[in-house]
Ligand binder design. Structure first.
Ligand SMILES: [Zn+2]
Length: 375
């Protein structure tokens, strides 16, 4: 039993609250003769859910099983207890092989599924994706990745304005895979069509898409205005101006925003040379850029930093930050019955934060991943 904390629940924050844990789950009532840990002066929030993450700890989700587990452990230590593994553009046969490996880890419960980012994206907005390997989102090609993931494909980012794009959005929706609009050069109208066809996520809104213009409102306006769409935001202080983040929150509302890391290998480590799929990346002062061309190449963010920034720099209410980091992505993934809030019966996945919102403990499935450090 954890007592004395500010416990953030869907209904609001309970001061001097208690969270009881029974095995791997959150218990409904305080347990008789349970061990009690007084965590007064701390916050208890649900474990973070990352929809979009390429790696960390020097390893990537495009690597071997061992490297994938290193990346998972790195992000868990920063409070991410549920994570969707993202691939980057590569040869189709390599992506098919990687999907097989990732699907095994998803079946074991290590990850919550696979997000394919590329190769079905726009060469105009390729970001840190290899241009030579981009292709049109022909449904038959998209289908190859869905099949290779053996039921573990959760999301696929595509530029729906490319040939085959709208049909692929429909195909994804039919298979229960989230169609995410991103790395796109679409107009406002083309984006509206994609949403009508079933797209429900904006991949890192603002980044890798045309800017909001008063005569060319583009994807940003279409994605922000539609209540069916959840917008991903990379809240690292580099990818977005704080005013852009505020604008997104204001228009989408706290229930339609998901903070993601879009992290690459350097997350949880630091500056140096890394690979992002087939491309070389230089990380300097925490900002990852392609060696060739200088595009921003993912982030070195962990979700605990996104949380701290949200409540200290962006001045969001803690309850809104919890929605963006846990409840909303959990709902989007269809996992709300298990994760995303500190309610009885759900997995005992939680993050213990001190008064400065730094991580002091992480629990997953009732076990401490980071043992509580109090005082
Ligand atoms: Zn990404």
């Amino acid at each position: 039993m954890l007592t004395g904390a500010n416990v953030v629940l869907p209904t609001g924050t309970v001061k001097n609250g208690t969270v009881a844990i029974d095995g791997t789950r959150i218990a409904g009532a305080p347990l008789a003769d349970a061990a009690v840990l007084d965590v007064s002066g701390h916050w208890l929030v649900p474990g973070f859910v990352d929809l979009h993450n390429h790696g960390g700890g020097g390893a990537s989700f495009s690597g071997t099983a061992e490297q994938i587990l290193t990346a998972i452990r790195t992000h868990r230590a920063h409070g991410t207890t549920t994570l969707v593994a993202s691939t980057v553009t590569d040869e189709m046969d390599l992506l098919v092989r990687q999907a097989g490996l990732l699907s095994e880890l998803a079946e074991q419960g290590d990850i919550a599924g696979i997000h394919f980012e590329g190769p079905f994206i726009s060469p105009c907005r390729k970001g840190a994706h290899s241009e030579a390997l981009l292709r049109h989102p022909e449904p038959a090609e998209v289908r190859k990745l869905i099949d290779a993931a053996r039921g573990q494909a959760r999301m696929l980012t595509l530029a729906a304005e490319l040939p085959g794009g709208i049909d692929s959005v429909r195909l994804l929706a039919e298979h229960g895979v989230i169609a995410a609009i991103g790395h796109t050069d679409a107009t406002y109208e083309q984006t509206v069509d994609a949403i009508e066809a079933g797209a429900t996520v904006a991949t890192h809104l603002f980044n890798a898409m045309p800017a909001l213009g008063h005569r060319t409102p583009g994807p940003v306006a279409a994605l922000l205005e539609d209540e069916r769409v959840t917008v991903e935001l990379i809240n690292d202080g580099t990818h977005l101006h704080p005013a852009a983040l505020e604008l997104a929150f204001h228009h989408a509302g706290a229930d339609r925003v998901a903070f993601i890391t879009d992290a690459m290998d350097a997350a949880g480590i630091g500056d140096g040379r890394y690979m992002l799929g087939p491309l070389e990346v230089e990380v300097s002062e925490g900002v990852a850029r392609l060696v060739e061309g200088g595009s921003i190449a993912g982030s070195t963010l962990t979700l605990d930093r996104a949380f701290k920034r949200a409540v200290t720099v962006d001045r969001l209410p803690v309850e809104h930050a919890v929605k963006a980091l846990s409840a909303n992505p959990a709902r989007l993934l269809g996992l709300s019955d298990r994760v995303g809030s500190l309610e009885p019966g759900k997995d005992a996945d939680l993050v213990l934060l001190d008064a400065d919102f730094d991580v002091r403990g992480v629990m997953r499935h009732g076990e401490w991943v980071v043992a509580p450090q109090l005082g």
